[in-house]
Design a protein around this ligand. Structure first.
Ligand code: DAK
Length: 258
């Protein structure tokens, strides 16, 4: 598939998606969202066991395209927000693990996209933040919802109300970022992490993702029940992945999930 704003490559079983609009610091506009929608439904994604998302140049993504937003009518702004949410939900709901490799600025919609990923790896030099308030805006792609679920309401309000960026180290301390890397190896470390993850049980990985994502929408009692139900299902007689995992441990060998 040919794209103007995206690049895709495979490294073994890992897919690498690069936002490629470096002159505008990979800012998100309708064209980028259109291409992301196409990409997320493509065979390229279906053929990966994990996806790493990164940005070309000095930014991961510097937010929604401010120049394009200048012209928006209320309807266009609403449509843009809905499209962005749909794209980010598609990312969040991919069956495979998704890792954001934050190579530089992750601001506004860029941080919101990273928050839709399962895990965030960041360059020690990256800056992250939700600066929408400086433009008289609010985060429009579910950032007001995803960030407090990750770091608590107080930390999320602090970041959104102040609108100042934070360093990658501060983001790591808050739990927004799970791993810090030297700037030159962010992508490689994200891919190495993805490679480690895909050696685990593929169905278990899919279920962990589903339980965490769906559980966050439920109260803890309902979420616990959902987990018990899925755990029980793993013990059906024909559940080959569980059988292989447990047998491999008892036979002192590596499991073969293929
Ligand atoms: N949009 C468009 N262009 C951008 C951009 C952006 N967000 N960020 C940077 N650029 C462009 C710059 O205009 C510049 O273009 P030229 O002047 O060369 O044509 C080029 O990228 C390089 O940027 P700088 O020259 O500024 O580079 P610096 O290294 O000096 O500064 C910076 C980097 C990231 C600190 C700075 O560019 C910056 O502050 N950028 C804006 C960051 C920001 O405020 N991001 C949040 C955007 S607001 C909603 C839907 C969505 C949203 C809200 C509501 N609804 C529909 C309700 C989301 C909003 C946002 O994401």
């Amino acid at each position: 598939m040919e794209f103007n704003y995206l690049k895709f490559e495979k490294r073994g079983r890992i897919g690498i998606l690069t936002l490629d609009r470096p002159k505008a610091l990979n800012a998100l506009n309708e064209g980028v969202f259109k291409e992301l929608t196409c990409f997320l439904e493509s065979e390229d994604v279906k053929s990966t066991r994990a996806l790493v998302i990164t940005g070309e140049g000095k930014a991961f993504i510097a937010g929604a395209d401010i120049k394009a937003m200048q012209e928006y009518s209320p309807q266009a702004a609403y449509d843009f927000s809905e499209t962005g949410k749909m794209v980010f939900d598609k990312i969040a709901n991919l069956e495979v693990p998704v890792i954001a490799a934050i190579n530089g600025f992750a601001l506004g919609g860029g941080l919101e996209l990273a928050l839709a990923c399962d895990i965030r790896v960041a360059s020690e030099k990256a800056r992250l933040g939700l600066p929408e308030v400086n433009l008289g805006l609010i985060p429009g792609f579910n950032g007001t919802q995803r960030l407090p679920r990750l770091v608590g309401a107080g930390n999320a309000m602090y970041l959104m109300m102040l609108g100042e960026g934070i360093t990658a180290t501060e983001a790591y301390q808050l739990g927004i970022v799970q791993k810090l890397t030297p700037p030159e190896s962010t992508l490689d470390e994200a891919v190495a992490l993805a490679e480690k993850i895909v050696t685990k049980g593929p169905n278990a990985l899919r279920l962990i993702k589903e339980m965490v994502r769906e559980g966050l929408e439920l109260n803890s009692k309902e979420a616990g029940k959902m987990e018990s139900k899925e755990f029980g299902r793993l013990f059906k007689e024909d559940h080959l992945e569980r059988e292989e995992g447990i047998n491999a441990f008892l036979e002192k060998r590596h499991p073969n999930w293929e």
